[in-house]
Ligand binder design. Structure first.
Ligand SMILES: Nc1ncnc2c1ncn2[C@@H]1O[C@H](COP(=O)(O)OP(=O)(O)OP(=O)(O)O)[C@@H](O)[C@H]1O
Ligand SMILES: [Mg+2]
Length: 407
């Protein structure tokens, strides 16, 4: 069949940059806009965006960055008042990586800050090398967190003057993927000390905006109890039915396709509020469609292709990571359940064990990020497509008879 080529309007692999393609999240956008407003008024509201894996944290962080630097398209679309014509912050961004220490993060942020200030005001040297915070600067002995806080605040102070004199509103420091940082790295202590010191020294138009996976962020508090309570938490919930439908219809209409309403129901049921599978399914439906009308048959073909091809390897290794024996049985039971939120007694009945006999397995499955606890006694797959994978391929049956496996 000859098909006209077009740009795929779905993008499962990158955060939303186009505000028109950013669906829902009114409350969360309002909260980040308020944090930006408060910071501009010397009331620092450090903010952390939390949510499950793939829920849209980086997308909201990116939209916040655009808002902070004067792009009002999203707040205009949502009719949110930001208290100014536009924000005009100087920003810096760092994506945390595995095994990064607070020093890596500070160094990444400050290098970006230096570059961004230079772009605006001409060459600006924060003398990061003197502090040992420049790539390739002579290796110094490791700083303590307290030293790092002092250096960080020193450098921010230098930048702050230039920023405020240059008629900018202040400085926003973005850190994405904060969940990757190890809890014992000192990062929570760093935030606590640094935010207090800046405030004490009257540097109040500086704010941190971070994003990270819910459970992992709580773990960071091992280092410094409840530090993130001094942050404003902006939790990202699952998408509603209408937000999910919005992503699909905008995508389809943008390339001149129409669709049966039942397709929207089917995608919502399968994606259970996660945006990523909506994009994957949307994209596959467009490539499976035999006409410009997306039908439930198109959806079924796309669903099949996603689990047997597009995401097959990823889902397979997710299933392997879960563990064998009883772990697989639990997942098999969960896949049999009709809706996305599976009650514990359903699992119990299916595998024929008393709840107490597999509570450790449930905790381990949560720890391994195979399932999440939605509510007391209610669980869901972390990746909703895993359910469909198990329905297609079944569970892994080795060690079938070992029912006390890894207990
Ligand atoms: N509000 C939204 N509207 C439309 N699509 C969205 C929205 N939020 C996220 N997405 C899409 O969902 C996918 C995952 O989003 P994103 O990368 O922002 O999630 P994340 O929570 O940062 O994921 P991770 O836990 O992997 O870091 C991307 O394809 C993104 O484009
Ligand atoms: Mg992300």
């Amino acid at each position: 069949m000859h098909k006209k080529r077009f740009v795929d309007p779905f993008f499962p692999n990158r955060p939303v940059d186009d505000p028109d393609r950013f669906s829902g999240r009114e409350i969360q956008v309002d909260e980040v806009a308020d944090s930006l407003f408060q910071i501009a008024n010397s009331n620092p509201k450090h903010t952390i965006i939390t949510g499950d894996r793939g829920m849209g944290k980086s997308s909201l962080l990116l939209q916040t960055r655009m808002l902070a630097t004067g792009d009002n398209r999203l707040v205009n679309k949502l009719d949110i008042d930001i208290g100014y014509d536009a924000f005009n912050y100087i920003i810096a961004w760092h994506d945390a990586n595995y095994d990064q220490t607070p020093e890596h993060i500070v160094s990444g942020l400050l290098r970006d800050l230096e570059g961004n200030i230079s772009k605006l005001f001409g060459k600006f040297n924060l003398e990061l090398d003197l502090y040992g915070l420049k790539v390739g600067s002579s290796v110094q002995k490791e700083k303590t967190v307290a030293d790092l806080v002092n250096d960080f605040c020193d450098i921010i102070k230098k930048s702050y003057k230039a920023v405020i004199d240059g008629k900018k509103q202040g400085i926003i420091l973005f850190i994405d993927e904060l969940d990757r940082v190890r809890p014992d790295s000192g990062i929570a202590t760093f935030f606590k000390l640094a935010t207090e010191k800046l405030s004490r020294e009257g540097i109040k138009k500086v704010g941190f905006f971070c994003a990270g996976i819910t459970g992992a962020i709580q773990k960071l508090e091992v280092d410094h109890g409840s530090v993130f309570r001094t942050f404003r938490d902006v939790p990202i919930p699952r998408l509603t039915k209408s937000e999910t439908s919005d992503i699909l219809s905008t995508g389809f209409c943008g390339v001149g396709f129409t669709f049966d309403r039942i397709v929207l129901d089917a995608v919502f049921e399968l994606s259970s509020g996660f945006p990523e599978p909506v994009h994957i399914l949307g994209s596959e439906m467009l490539s499976e469609a035999s006409s410009k009308q997306i039908t439930i048959e198109t959806f079924n073909k796309a669903k099949k292709r996603v689990v047997t091809d597009v995401k097959k390897n990823k889902l397979k290794s997710l299933l392997e990571k879960a563990g064998y024996g009883k772990y697989q049985k639990i997942l098999e039971a969960m896949a049999k359940y009709e809706g996305p939120y599976v009650p514990l007694d359903f699992i119990s009945r299916h595998i024929g064990y008393d709840q107490k006999q597999f509570s450790t397995n449930i905790s381990n499955l949560i720890e391994r990020e195979t399932i999440t606890r939605v509510d007391k006694g209610v669980y869901a797959f972390v990746d909703p497509l895993l359910k469909e994978y198990i329905r297609n391929f079944g569970i892994i049956n080795i060690k079938d008879n070992v029912d006390n496996d890894e207990q």
